[in-house]
Design a protein. Structure first.
Length: 351
């Protein structure tokens, strides 16, 4: 029987197959897919699994425990900060495996902490244009400056962090006996490749230069890669193109243009069709970029399909996350965050 994330992935894939049969030429589909995104995701999967399999993440987890006992708090804020710079998806590929290793040494409530890591990744990534795919699209579509985007998203970020704080565990955790592990010199090479990978994600270096290295690691070290997730990501680009060609965009237009209404509407729509397609659809209908940005980012929390980061959280958790509890936390934080943003926009409108 398929798991919840596999069912959702299968839906995206089957929909893309329908579009490829009846609407989109397969050669055209190759041009529709954002290969930069796919390649970056593939690289991250390979190098993070290399760091995990080689024992580096376990070594790092021990060092974290040696410096602080507030493990829960540390991991959440690591997720928030990391997702601002290397996207919410990538931060989860790093933090969730690290959390599973840390749990061997301290009594972490894995179900709760992994759920909140997924939620924190959605909130943290909202601050920067490159924090998540929907921000990047909005940033380029509306021709915004980097400073303009950041300044306008700071209130969103601050309110999001304030909303999540009451759910965090501030206590110090008791730690089991730690194993002595020596730093391996080969890890320096792996860390260097990881840094190069991040630089390629940020378009500072050409990702094609890294391809031979990544392929060598993949084959030589027999690294496991989540092929289903990569195929699903490819399918998503095809699905969006198919919906655009069907002229389905106008169906999503409502006769309101106020910022608060657009924000709430885009957040609700994200629960149904995910926040990236919502950002693309509504950006072709409205000029309220900030309302859309607030809506699709706050709407990333809530349903499993609201953000791909939610599906990644479930998939990386190795069965440690209860879906019902995930939805309970995610929808509650979504509602609280949306409420505070509504109040903020109301006050801002009166000033």
């Amino acid at each position: 029987m398929l798991k919840a994330d596999e069912l959702i992935f299968s839906f995206f894939i089957l929909l893309s197959i329908v579009f490829l049969i009846f609407l989109i030429n397969p050669m055209e589909a190759l041009l529709v897919i954002n290969w930069k995104t796919i390649i970056s995701l593939f690289y991250i999967m390979v190098i993070v699994n290399l760091l995990k399999d080689s024992g580096f993440l376990e070594y790092l987890s021990i060092k974290i425990i040696e410096r602080t006992r507030r493990i829960f708090l540390t991991l959440i804020f690591l997720t928030l900060i990391l997702s601002m710079f290397v996207t919410n998806d990538i931060s989860l590929f790093i933090i969730v495996p690290l959390t599973l290793i840390l749990a061997r040494y301290c009594n972490l409530e894995l179900n709760k902490i992994i759920i909140l890591e997924g939620i924190a990744a959605n909130i943290g990534s909202s601050l920067t244009p490159f924090g998540n795919p929907q921000n990047l699209f909005i940033f380029y579509h509306y021709h915004l400056s980097f400073t303009e985007f950041i300044i306008n998203m700071i209130p969103f970020e601050v309110l999001g962090i304030l909303v999540i704080l009451p759910f965090l565990d501030f206590k110090k955790f008791c730690v089991k006996r730690l194993e002595e592990k020596e730093f391996k010199k080969v890890w320096l090479i792996y860390i260097f490749i990881f840094i190069l990978t991040i630089l390629s994600v940020l378009n500072i270096i050409n990702s094609l230069y890294l391809l031979p290295i990544i392929l060598y690691i993949l084959v030589k070290k027999r690294i496991r890669v989540d092929i289903l997730f990569l195929i699903t990501f490819c399918s998503l680009f095809i699905d969006i193109e198919g919906l655009k060609r069907l002229g389905i965009i106008e169906i999503f237009k409502i006769n309101f243009s106020q910022d608060i209404i657009i924000m709430i509407y885009s957040s609700l729509l994200s629960q149904v069709i995910s926040n990236v397609p919502t950002a693309i659809l509504l950006s072709n209908l409205y000029d309220n970029w900030l309302a859309i940005a607030y809506g699709v980012n706050v709407g990333g929390n809530g349903s499993l399909i609201a953000s791909f980061a939610n599906l990644i959280t479930i998939r990386l958790s190795e069965g440690r996350v209860d879906i019902t509890k995930f939805l309970k936390y995610s929808f509650l934080i979504y509602f609280l965050h949306l409420t505070t943003l509504t109040i903020y926009l109301l006050v801002r409108g009166f000033l």
